[in-house]
Design a protein around this ligand. Structure first.
Ligand code: OSB
Ligand code: MG
Length: 376
């Protein structure tokens, strides 16, 4: 058993190397909540993937900050832990706020890996030595620029191209990409941009031979996705809709999707991510690891998670340099010419946190300590 002695919150501001545009908006720089845990002489970091605005989910960095500081950190400091798997119980009384919870829980897993002198990947149940990588390509100013970007990412070796799409940035784009590359593994992600009036059009996308179409309908829906899936050959993949294992079971049972994107922040931490992974594996549904424009801290943890056996499809985990001029871990994440990342087998995540750089990027910080116990 162990406990956490102090929790430090930081907000860092980091400009993106390239703006990223989805159907819900454009991001040019990130405001990121990082948590640093001190536990019996060890230190571990977690990254909260909540965005600058509550557009992807109902969390945003500022709500995550308040919930972490006022509710989650005090509970965690009071708890006796066996490992990361103890944390969901500690946070049980607090509803939702899964991205805030995940940042803390994942840091506890990192501490547990250090205590056991093992890699985070093997502690999570990982078996892969390398993971397969794809890229998520945002909406571009023109089709010409998109084709140049696709060409560059294929050249770099990425195994799957995912195109962000929305009404008006869809069929013309897919036509142009498929004309030039008829055979590449291609998928698209609508981030909930379509509605029932679009069903006929979406059903016609079978002609693009996509690996999947990600979250075409409402962010919180299973039922209408199931209606659409029945009309399509192409697999639907759910991202936003899957909050936990029960959602995965419902979605699979209803045939709302045939592939699941697992984002550890979206499901509230590694414990629930493993539960979703296992539920999907038992039902023959492949999963892959989604990304949220993470810094190296979250990216390293995504790499560890992706080493679990049912992560059989390339994830949205790509090189640090695609996001940042300079990352906050060392070495930065790189992808080989075969579109793979090697899973580190050192202790913990296997990367070193660049605390000096984090300090330079910090715009606010706060610390939560254990309540002083009154001695009898
Ligand atoms: O839907 O997968 C998504 C980024 C921010 C919010 C939602 C999504 C994304 C991405 C980027 O697709 C994936 C990445 O490269 O980190
Ligand atoms: Mg998505």
């Amino acid at each position: 058993m162990f406990s956490v002695d102090a929790i430090h919150l930081r907000e860092i501001n980091l400009p993106l190397a390239h703006p990223f545009e989805t159907s819900f908006g454009r991001t040019t720089g990130r405001r990121i909540l990082l948590v640093e845990l001190e536990s019996e002489g060890l230190t571990a970091w977690g990254e909260c993937v909540a965005g600058e605005h509550p557009y992807f989910s109902d969390e945003m960095i500022d709500t995550a900050w308040i919930v972490t500081e006022a509710e989650l950190a005090p509970r965690l400091l009071d708890a006796e832990l066996e490992g990361g798997g103890s944390v969901p119980e500690v946070f049980k009384q607090v509803r939702g706020n899964r991205m805030a919870k995940a940042a803390l829980e994942n840091a506890v897993w990192e501490i547990a890996a250090q205590r056991e002198q093992t890699s985070l990947a093997s502690l999570l149940g990982g078996t892969r030595r390398v993971i397969a990588c794809g890229v998520s390509i945002g909406i571009q100013p023109s089709i010409e620029q998109l084709l140049d970007t696709v060409a560059m990412e294929l050249e770099a070796g990425y195994q799957r191209i995912k195109l962000k799409c929305k009404p008006g940035w869809d069929e013309a784009v897919f036509d142009a990409v498929r004309e030039r590359w008829p055979e590449i593994t291609l998928s698209c992600d609508a981030n909930s941009a379509y509605r029932m009036r679009d069903f006929d059009q979406l059903a016609g996308w079978d002609r693009y031979k996509l690996l999947m179409i990600e979250q075409p309908l409402w962010f919180d829906d299973f039922y209408f996705h199931s209606m659409l899936q029945k009309r399509m050959e192409t697999s639907i993949c759910l991202d936003e809709s899957i909050r936990n294992r029960r959602d995965a079971l419902a979605a699979i049972d209803m045939d709302s999707c045939r592939i699941i994107n697992i984002k550890v922040g979206r499901v509230g931490g590694f414990s629930e991510a493993i539960a979703v992974h296992n539920a999907a594996a038992e039902r023959g549904v492949p999963v892959w690891c989604g990304g949220m424009l993470e810094t190296g801290i979250g990216r390293a943890q995504n790499i560890a998670l992706s080493s679990l056996p049912n992560f059989t499809l390339p994830g949205d985990i790509s090189a640090s340099a695609r996001y940042w001029a300079e990352d906050i871990i060392e070495p930065e994440v790189t992808v080989n010419r075969a579109g793979e990342i090697a899973v580190p087998d050192g202790i913990g995540s296997g990367f070193v946190i660049d605390k000096r750089r984090i300090e330079a990027l910090t715009v606010r910080q706060s610390s939560v300590h254990k309540k002083a116990r009154v001695l009898a």
